[in-house]
Ligand binder design. Structure first.
Ligand SMILES: Nc1ncnc2c1ncn2[C@@H]1O[C@H](COP(=O)(O)OP(=O)(O)OP(=O)(O)O)[C@@H](O)[C@H]1O
Ligand SMILES: [Mg+2]
Length: 385
C-alpha cells in the first residue's frame, strides 16, 4: 500500500493543502513549528482508522473538513466532523470499519519507554482491534512481551514459523544498527532483556533516550507487523505498507540524525515512510524527490519548489539546508549581527577606535578557524594604514 497524493481541507490548522506526489519509499516533511506537519500525519493515519480520530478536529469555525488521498490508484476520503459542542467532547465514534487497515503504522512523538516488569509472558494478543490505534499511534507497551516470547521460543526447533524466526533475528540486529558497540545479550528468567554496552550489561530500559527511541521505532514496527499479520506470516523486511513517524530526530545526536533514515529504509526496504523533522541533518541525507518543505499562511499550505541538486541535499551544508530548505532567516545570532554591523559601520566611518573595539569583540565571538577572520584583520589593518 502506497500513498500517491493527498488533499486536506479545513482539518486541524490546515485550510488547504494539496500534495500531488509522494515518493514510494521516503518522504520527509519539514516546516516551522505549528505549520501543520503533525496535522498531516494525523490526517493520513485517520484515513486508515475505523474510529473518528481524537487527535484532529475540523478547523475552528467550520462545520466539516475533508481528507482525500489516492492510494494504490484508488481514491479514499474521510469527512472530519465538528467534535466540540459548547466545549463538550462528543463520544468517540466508529465511522466505518472498512477504513481500518493493517498496512499503516503510526509512531507519534511519545517514544521513550520506561522500565516495565513482566511477571509472565502471555499468548499473542487478538488481531481484532489493533487498527483502532491507527489514528492515535502505536503505544508499543508490548514490545518487551513480544521480544522475550519470541526469543525464548526461537531456541526450540519448530516453535516459531520461519517468518517469526527471521523477524526475531532482524529485531536482535536492530540493537546494534546505530552503534555496533551495543549488542543484544540475553533474556533472563525474570523476563528481562539484557544488552551488552561499553559500560556493562544492562536492562534494555536503561539504555540512553536516543537508543530507546530508535528501539521503540524499530522493534515496535517488527512486533506490530507480526501481531497484525499472524495468519499470513509477513516478514517484517517485506512489509510494504505505510509507516508514519513524527519528529524522527527526537533524542538523537546529529550524527545519528544523519543515519536514521538509511537505517529505516534498509531495515524495511519495501515500506513507504512519511516522516516529519526539524533536523537539517535528516534532510541532508535525502534525495531530491524525498523532501516536502511546507510554507504558507493562515493554514493555506503548499509544498515549496526548491532548487535542488540532482543528487538531493547530500552535498549541501547544514547552513544551506537551514536557510534554503527550512526557511531560517539567519544562521548567525543577533549578537553576532550586532557586533558585525558595528565593525562594518566603523570601517565605513574610518573610525579606528570603534573598529578596533568591534574587532576585539568579533575575535572573542568567532570560531577559531572561521575563514573570514583573516579578512576582518586585513580590513582593520588597512584602516590603521
Ligand atoms: N481545530 C483546529 N482549528 C484551528 N487550528 C487548529 C486546530 N487544531 C490545531 N490547530 C492549529 O494547527 C497548527 C498545526 O499544528 P501541528 O501540530 O500540525 O504543527 P506542527 O507543524 O506539527 O508543529 P511542531 O513542529 O511544533 O510539532 C497548530 O498551530 C494548532 O494551533
Ligand atoms: Mg508536530
Amino acid at each position: 500500500m502506497k500513498i500517491e497524493s493527498l488533499k486536506i481541507e479545513n482539518v486541524g490548522g490546515i485550510s488547504s493543502l494539496s500534495l500531488d506526489s509522494f515518493d514510494p519509499n521516503l518522504n520527509i516533511i519539514c516546516g516551522e513549528n505549528g505549520i501543520g506537519k503533525t496535522n498531516i500525519l494525523d490526517s493520513i493515519a485517520s484515513l486508515f482508522s475505523s474510529y473518528e480520530p481524537i487527535s484532529i478536529s475540523v478547523k475552528s469555525g467550520f462545520e466539516q473538513g475533508c481528507i482525500k488521498s489516492s492510494v494504490d490508484g484508488k481514491v479514499i476520503s474521510r469527512p472530519i466532523k465538528k467534535k466540540y459542542t459548547n466545549l463538550t467532547y462528543k463520544t468517540w465514534e466508529c465511522v466505518n470499519d472498512e477504513n481500518a487497515n493493517f498496512n499503516l503504522l503510526y509512531l507519534k512523538v511519545n517514544r521513550v519507554f520506561k522500565y516495565r516488569r513482566e511477571s509472565s509472558i502471555n499468548s499473542d494478543p487478538d488481531v481484532i482491534n489493533r487498527t483502532t490505534e491507527n489514528a492515535e499511534g502505536l503505544d508499543n507497551d508490548d514490545i518487551k512481551q513480544w521480544f522475550v516470547s519470541r526469543y525464548l521460543h526461537s531456541a526450540h526447533v519448530n516453535n516459531l514459523t520461519d517468518v517469526q524466526q527471521e523477524n526475531i533475528k532482524l529485531a536482535i540486529s536492530c540493537f546494534s544498527l546505530l552503534d555496533n558497540k551495543v549488542t543484544f545479550c540475553k533474556t533472563t528468567t525474570q523476563n528481562e532483556i539484557i544488552v551488552k554496552t561499553p559500560t556493562g550489561e544492562i536492562y534494555f530500559e536503561l539504555l540512553s533516550s536516543g537508543f530507546r527511541s530508535i528501539l521503540f521505532i524499530l522493534l515496535g514496527i517488527i512486533k506490530e507487523i507480526e501481531y497484525r499479520f499472524q495468519d499470513n506470516n509477513v516478514l517484517a523486511s517485506d512489509f510494504n505498507g505505510i509507516i508514519l513517524i513524527d519528529e524522527i530526530e527526537l533524542h538523537l545526536h546529529p550524527e545519528w540524525q544523519g543515519k536514521v533514515c538509511s537505517v529505516l529504509t534498509k531495515t524495511f526496504p519495501k515500506a513507504q515512510f512519511i516522516i516529519s523533522t526539524h533536523s537539517p541533518h535528516v534532510i541532508q541525507t535525502a534525495e531530491a524527490n524525498e523532501v516536502i518543505a511546507l510554507s504558507g499562511e493562515n493554514g493555506h499550505l503548499e509544498k515549496r519548489t526548491l532548487d535542488i541538486a540532482p543528487h538531493g541535499f547530500k552535498g549541501w551544508t547544514v547552513e544551506e539546508i537551514l536557510t534554503d530548505v527550512m526557511g531560517m532567516r539567519d544562521v548567525r545570532t543577533e549578537k553576532y549581527r550586532e557586533v558585525y554591523t558595528k565593525f562594518s559601520r566603523a570601517l565605513d566611518d574610518n573610525d579606528i577606535k570603534a573598529a578596533t573595539e568591534a574587532h576585539n569583540e568579533l575575535d572573542k565571538l568567532l570560531h577559531p578557524t572561521y575563514p573570514l577572520r583573516a579578512l576582518f584583520k586585513m580590513q582593520l589593518d588597512g584602516l590603521k594604514g
